[in-house]
Design a protein around this ligand. Structure first.
Ligand code: ADP
Ligand code: MG
Length: 317
């Protein structure tokens, strides 16, 4: 199989919303009137972001999901993507499943693959995603306001717990692992939530490196601090069973790979947000408040400060 056969067979689908898609030197895209492009890139490296023998269908899903999550965090509608892929060889079974996982999620979100690059090399997957949003509606990290409530979607820490199990840092029962593995292998990007937050949230970020690290980016950009109530965090029953161990608390606060949204909004929008949660069938939980100062304080139900390691995942630390 030649490189061009491979691209044609596995990565070429109809792109009706592009003026020109795969096959020329560049794709041609027209942004809707009054909208701006939201552009983001996320790379998944074998051995760093996934095990080399990862299920290719789920890997295809996750490669796109982590990029869709950035569109969600920006409040943008994802439209197009490019895929740069380095492959150790042309393994057709692998390619078939990888592209099926990628395109299944792309189709769910109306995203068209309009280009990319294909080379031989250690397995490496890099997507650039292009979305649309108005400059005014874009959810920036820098918009948090004093007194805002801090919210998160879904549950926190399940992906990190599943990873800790695979790495032998904790022992889960088969049923426990089965309950939290989807969070690690098949994260659901919160695109509909990001769009629903237009005009409500003052700031937003997606949680890829752990709640404290990512909320920390909002706080830095907004020059404010937060007080979080640990007992309010949305935690699955499986993780709840391991919260007495330091590793359990770490998964909830600093575990990576959640791909939930963390956002801040005025207290006056609290009821409206609960309505959005019901409508989207996605739990939204208020976990604390934006206050003056620096950093993030986490307290327990009694109001006593928790001693927590705030650092999220950092490739170069
Ligand atoms: P060039 O030599 O101009 O860089 P390529 O030979 O790399 O072009 O790619 C040919 C066409 O196939 C281009 O339109 C490119 O965007 C597309 N393409 C290459 N790899 C992929 C991929 N993995 N997924 C989608 N499109 C791809
Ligand atoms: Mg090229």
């Amino acid at each position: 199989m030649t490189e061009f056969d491979l691209i044609r067979r596995y990565f070429t689908r109809a792109t009706p919303s592009a003026l020109l898609g795969v096959g020329d030197d560049a794709a041609l895209l027209k942004v809707s009137e009054d909208y701006v492009l939201a552009v983001s890139t996320d790379m998944l490296v074998s051995g760093t972001h996934f095990f080399p023998d990862a299920d290719p269908f789920l890997l295809g899903h996750k490669t796109l999901a982590v990029n869709l999550s950035d569109m969600a965090a920006m409040g943008a509608t994802p439209r197009w993507a490019t895929l740069a892929i380095a492959l150790p060889g042309a393994d057709e079974t692998w390619l078939e499943k990888f592209s099926a996982g990628f395109f299944a999620l792309a189709q769910q979100h109306g995203v068209e693959l309009v280009g990319g690059d294909t080379t031989r090399g250690p397995l490496n997957l890099c997507v650039t995603i292009f979305g649309e949003v108005t400059a005014q509606q874009a959810l920036r990290r820098s918009g948090a306001q004093l007194g805002d409530e801090v919210w998160v979607s879904g549950t926190l820490g399940d992906a990190a717990l599943a990873l800790a199990h695979l790495q032998g840092r904790i022992m889960l029962s088969a049923a426990e692992y089965a309950a939290c593995a989807p969070a690690l292998h098949q994260p659901q990007p919160r695109v509909a939530l990001g769009l629903a937050l237009h005009g409500i949230a003052n700031s937003a970020i997606d949680i890829s490196d752990g709640l404290l690290a990512d909320l920390g980016h909002i706080l830095d950009a907004s020059r404010l601090a937060a007080r979080l109530d640990f007992s309010a965090l949305p935690i699955s029953s499986v993780l709840r069973g391991h919260l007495q161990q330091p590793l359990g608390k770490q998964c909830a606060l600093s575990g990576g790979d959640d791909y939930e949204l963390c956002f801040t909004a005025p207290g006056a929008r609290h009821a409206e947000l609960l309505g959005i949660a019901a409508q989207l069938k996605l739990p939204l939980t208020c976990i604390g408040r934006i206050v003056a100062g620096l950093g993030c304080l986490v307290h327990d139900a009694a109001g006593d400060p928790l001693n927590v390691e705030a650092n999220g995942y950092d490739h170069f630390r």
